[in-house]
Design a protein around this ligand. Structure first.
Ligand code: HEC
Length: 181
């Protein structure tokens, strides 16, 4: 009878079907090999995550003392700046839990260090290298940094709040200039 053995049903289709079968076997064997290796992969990752916590870099350091804040033009300006800028641009950083856990801690603490070196609202008696750019940075939406906002929803400013902060910072800087030298 025709059609009993695959070779007779469709001789032309035999090679592709064998290839398919081999491919399936391969996937199954790769899968089961992976399943056997999985505990080692997970164990290795755990060891790696624990090990990088020991790297003595990028850990939160205690906030330095507040030396002097600018003479804010209004409490509202300060309040908006606290919400949107102070975690990075002041010595009153509130460190979130993940700032203690590498590798997030490396990024967070590098950003804070860099941000303070450009403008620090807690050290207004010292040189402020880039403070003059603040209104423009807010206007362009460059500050606060984009990834900070989903993590700190209170830092999201409405259009009205953003305009108020820009105006307030301009007024504050005009009366109490950021030191250049
Ligand atoms: C999550 C941390 C973070 C927050 C919040 C943040 N900044 Fe920054 N800021 C940085 C970092 C990091 C830099 C330096 C790197 C850069 O210029 O992008 C910086 C740089 C700046 C500079 C200097 C830009 C230049 O030309 O070099 C200004 C001005 C500034 N920020 C203003 C602000 C203001 C105003 C706010 C609040 C509305 C704010 N930042 C909020 C991290 C932050």
């Amino acid at each position: 009878m025709r059609g009993v053995s695959p070779a007779h049903v469709n001789p032309g289709g035999l090679a592709p079907r064998m290839l398919w079968w081999i491919a399936c076997r391969r996937i199954v064997s790769v899968r089961s090999r992976f399943r056997r290796l999985l505990p080692f992969v997970i164990g290795g990752l755990v060891v790696l995550v624990v090990a990088i916590q020991l790297v003595p870099y990028g850990r939160p350091t205690p906030n330095p003392p507040v030396r002097r804040e600018p003479s804010w033009d209004s409490p509202r300006t300060r309040e908006l700046a606290v919400r949107a800028c102070f975690d990075c641009h002041s010595n009153q950083t509130q460190y979130p839990w993940y700032s203690y856990v590498a590798p997030a801690s490396w990024l967070v603490n590098k950003d804070i260090h860099e941000a303070r070196s450009k403008m620090n609202f807690s050290e207004w008696d010292l040189i402020q290298r880039e403070a003059q750019a603040a209104p423009e940075q807010i206007e362009k939406g460059d500050m606060p940094l984009w990834f900070y906002i989903p993590l700190h929803p209170e830092a999201r400013l409405s259009a009205e709040e953003r305009a108020a902060l820009i105006h307030g910072i301009e007024a504050t800087f005009a009366a109490d200039r950021p030191r250049r030298r």
